[in-house]
Design a binder for this molecule. Structure first.
Ligand code: DQA
Length: 156
């Protein structure tokens, strides 16, 4: 069975209360419920974490090596600042998808720059909770492709 680690960054714990016009009315627990339901439908196992601390997110990524086949991360505000999260993604070499609830490109210009996107396999932005669900589907396909490629490699 495929294993997918989902990481929510800072202030995502305040979903449903914070800037509802931008982030919607659904709480983090509702979002996690939707993620778990979709994971079940897709036949994959998910682990979901949220942290407001950059170092914790770095450690979560670093420790995911033994378990995760793919990572879905919303680094939230750290997207725009964190070399450490970028380096963690690079270090583990696990296919990572960056997601954002809001369309960061129609917002302030400081949100247009992502330090993490360049080391991710792809980026899904602007679809609210759906961003995570689309990312789950993409992750499942990426894992399948990866396994196919590994199986096709000559034994070393
Ligand atoms: C966000 C966008 C970020 O710019 C912001 O700092 C967040 C949430 C999003 O999901 O739309 O906290 O990552």
């Amino acid at each position: 069975m495929s294993h997918i680690l989902v990481i929510h960054g800072p202030n995502i714990d305040l979903l449903g209360m914070r800037e509802r016009a931008i982030y919607g009315k659904a709480s983090l627990s509702r979002l996690n419920e939707l993620i778990r339901e979709r994971a079940k439908d897709l036949g994959v196992q998910v682990r979901i974490s949220q942290s407001n601390h950059e170092g914790d997110i770095v450690s979560l990524i670093g420790k995911s090596k033994d378990w995760a086949d793919a990572i879905i991360v919303n680094p939230a505000a750290y997207t725009h600042t964190s070399v450490a999260i970028r380096d963690a993604i690079l270090a583990v070499q696990i296919p990572t998808i960056e997601v954002h609830l809001s369309n960061v490109y129609e917002r302030e210009t400081f949100r247009h720059r992502s330090l993490t996107a360049g080391v991710c396999v792809g980026l899904i932005v602007g679809f609210g909770s759906q961003s995570y669900l689309l990312a789950l589907e993409a992750a499942v396909n990426i894992i399948k492709e990866h396994r196919k490629n590994e199986a096709g490699k000559p034994a070393s």
